[in-house]
Design a protein around this ligand. Sequence first.
Ligand code: ZN
Length: 408
Amino acid sequence: MYKILFLILLLTNFFYHLFLHLLSNKQVGKPLPASVQGIYNDEEYDKWRRYNNKKDKLGIVSSVIGLAINIVLFCTNIISVIYNALPGDVMVKSMLFFLVIGLVETIISLPIDYIFNFKIEAEFGFNKVTPKTFIADAIKNYIIGNILNIAIFGLVLLAYNLLGNYFGIIAFLGLALFMILISAFSTVFSKIFNKFTPLPEGELRSNLSKMFADAGYKLKDIYVMDASKRTTKANAYCGGIGKLKQIVLYDNLVNNYTDGEITAVFAHELAHFKNKDTTKMTFFNMLNFLPMMVMMTVMMIVPEIAQSFGFEGANIFFAFYVSFGSILSIVTSLIMIPFNCMSRRFERRADSLAYELGYGDDLISGLRKLHKDSLSDMNPHPTVVKLTYSHPPLHERIELIEAKKNNK
Ligand SMILES: [Zn+2]
């Protein structure tokens, strides 16, 4: 009974993504909105279409594989068989299991990641990952992923032993705190993967510092991050905890954009920072954990659910944590719809602020370059935008700035 319900959720998730894919396919061959014509020439546009098509196909292949694996796991109870066969108490068993399952996951996803980086991204000139960085990243991700998994699970188990029935609510708050820490220390985390060098003195540096000071912030330093090691995509952000904030610019941005464009992109990011958009989004993202907590509580009250998958007693948490997280992804996708809508509003507000600071034209040319460089979709299906886009599509952003200019 529960198995059937869970399989329905899994299948719903699969078909939801297939539906999005089909909608995107319908856009192929439709004329571009006027404001984004001429960004790609015909040859580039054709390249873009082929790129997206390949990426999409790979995405479908990987979700079919994921679906197949999940169906097999659910139908055979293989997870509980392996888990019950491992030695030790709940914590030791779980740690061992995470190490094993993490390794299996890494091995299964390696071919897909490999094809993505070295076939698709490389064919279109995006890939900057060398086989050495690729393997080093896979190992780092495996280690960090396992440490996080084991740490989170340990906390969950500890919380359950200490708190009993109040566990669900308190664990939710604990996870919320954890999310805040992760985002607060994101600059620290990215230092594990990247090198940061201070931006040299000059006009750009003094413009950015002045804009930052005018907005009322104290600047720790402006760093250039060696993002080009992995990608040709360009970005900028502000971060840091406490009074002193730091600005981080991707080296791709610094090397390939005019000072005006860099400042415009930064003005947009500064608006996010000022409006605390990132903090708000982190807060709302935490609501993503709510279905998980509800489901955990339901599984505690109804032990038959976990039993039908071969788990007993305290192992129910583990069962949930490993096996059932994935069935909630359809719920999460649906929850994301209103958040994406809000995020698009934040983006429009940040664009407006960059315009008001006098960087309207620079922002338009910067955005055109950014979208061109990342070969992003110039004409996504409006329904796909509504359901999944965290940023408005480029033509909407340009039209917004142009409209403000014309109203003046
Ligand atoms: Zn933004």
